[in-house]
Design a protein around this ligand. Sequence first.
Ligand code: GRF
Length: 204
Amino acid sequence: MTRRLVVLASGTGSNLQAIIDACTDGALPAEVAAVVSDRADALALRRAHLACIPAVHVGRRDGESRADYDARLAEVVTGFDPHWVVLAGWMRVLTMNFLGWFPGMVVNLHPALPGELPGVHAIERAWNEAQAGHRTGTGVMVHLVSDEGVDDGPVLATAAVPILADDTVDTLAERVHHTEHRVLVDTLRTLCTDPHHFTHGALA
Ligand code: GRF
C-alpha cells in the first residue's frame, strides 16, 4: 500500500526534492500528500507547487504561543492523513501539542551523528571544530521525534561523513547534503515497506 508522507520544511527543500524524485521514479513506494512550511517564502513550497503537491503555509500569528501554533499545525497535518510526518529542514522545535497527535510517526533529519552538534549550523560547527583539530569527521542521522528534545530521539539510521583536509564549509556541506538525501530516502523506504525492520531498535 502506498504510504502517505507529509513533509514539514522551512527552507530550501533539497531533501524534500530527493523524496519527491524517489516517489516519482518508484524508488520510494510513497506519495507526498502535502508539504507544510512555517515560512511563506520557503523554496520547499515552490518545489511542492511544481510537483503538483498541496503546499500549505502555516505561519505563526502575532502573539500566538508555541503550543497554540503547534495545535493549529497538527490540525492541518492531520487533514492529510499521513502515515509518516517527515521533518526535512523544519526549523522549529515541536511541542507535545503537535507530537502527541503523531506518536511514533514523526521522523527528523539532522546533519550530525547522534548526540553530536544538536541545533542549528551543525555542519559549520563541525567544520570549525575540524579546523581547530578537534574532529576529523561528522555525519548525518535520521531519528524519531518522541518529545521536545532537540535533534534527539530513537535513531533509525546514521552515516559518517569524513572532513577532508582541504574541505571548505561549502564542500563539506555539499557532501553532507548528498549523504542526507540518500540516507533519508533509504530510511523512508524501509519505514514504508518494512517498519518491523526497526522493531528491535528504535521502534521497539
Ligand atoms: C538539512 O541539512 C537538514 O538536516 C537540516 O536542515 C537542512 C535542510 O536542507 N535540518 P534542505 O532544506 O532539505 O535543503
